[in-house]
Design a protein around this ligand. Structure first.
Ligand code: PXP
Length: 249
């Protein structure tokens, strides 16, 4: 059964829309934990568009589950991670002009550089995960870079229409099996919603799902604690059937 990492970046997005003090992602991390979040995830972006340095510092001091820091593989971010020592660092690609993370990290082309960073972070006692597409060459490169975890990018599955979704699900299933054969532990996330999460949650071998936007959106209606409870219930008891395929006439 996969655990649930709740990404609270979008709480910070609302705050930064006015550059004020509310809503506070630190308070909301606690509300997510009360709803059963197994971990809290934040992405400290180079442009600080949502999560701020002060959030990471306060979350490190207050999160009682696990803190997963998503970040680009830069010297600035590495220094921040080494200072705050989150439980996990997830290295992600980052482009200033993107709305959200697009595509996985290209580990193949930078095994040496990433491997050195992975080693330094792991030596400091921080777990390191690499966010990659469900692609054999990328997974082999993750292993070569010395990472112990990967996070499989579920964006293509999430964006696929009902006819293409089963193939994307299979790709994720095969990637998960391959990663585990190679000794890697597997998380997954991006674009997952209350509507599409169940087939992913039913895949064996995925340890944690990182989910943000849909939970924060639902929280506007029911509050974050309840929104997390609802997502947790779906992940813990998923219908094991293709969502869209089975519903077509
Ligand atoms: N995992 C990673 C690596 C991400 O970059 C993001 C988005 O910040 C997520 C998971 C969560 O994606 P979403 O907000 O679409 O649930």
């Amino acid at each position: 059964m996969a655990s649930l990492g709740v990404n609270i970046d979008h709480v910070a997005n609302v705050r930064q829309a006015r550059r004020t003090v509310e809503p506070d992602p630190v308070t909301h991390a606690l509300l997510a934990e009360l709803g059963g979040a197994d971990g809290i995830t934040v992405h400290l972006r180079e442009d600080r568009r949502h999560i701020q340095d002060r959030d990471v510092e306060l979350l490190r001091a207050t999160v009682r589950t696990r803190l997963n820091l998503e970040m680009a593989a830069t010297a600035e971010m590495e220094a921040i991670a080494l200072r705050h020592r989150p439980d996990m660092v997830t290295l992600v690609p980052e482009r200033r002009e993107e709305v959200t993370t697009e595509g996985g990290l290209d580990v193949v082309s930078q095994v040496g550089r990433l491997g050195a960073m992975v080693e330094r972070l792991q030596a400091a006692g921080i777990g390191v995960s690499l966010f990659v597409d469900p692609d054999q060459a990328q997974l082999e490169a993750c292993r070569a870079a010395g990472a112990r975890w990967v996070e499989l990018h579920t964006g293509r599955y999430a964006e696929a229409g009902w006819d293409a979704q089963p193939a994307e699900l299979r790709r994720l299933e095969e990637a998960c099996a391959l990663a585990r054969q190679r000794g890697l532990r597997v998380n997954a996330g991006h674009g997952l919603t209350y509507q599409n999460v169940e087939p992913i949650a039913a895949l064996s071998g995925i340890e944690e799902l990182n989910i943000g936007h849909t939970i924060v959106a639902r929280a506007l209606a029911v509050g974050l604690t309840q929104a997390v409870r609802e997502m947790r219930a779906l992940i813990h008891n998923p219908r094991n059937e293709p969502l869209f395929g089975s519903r077509q006439p």
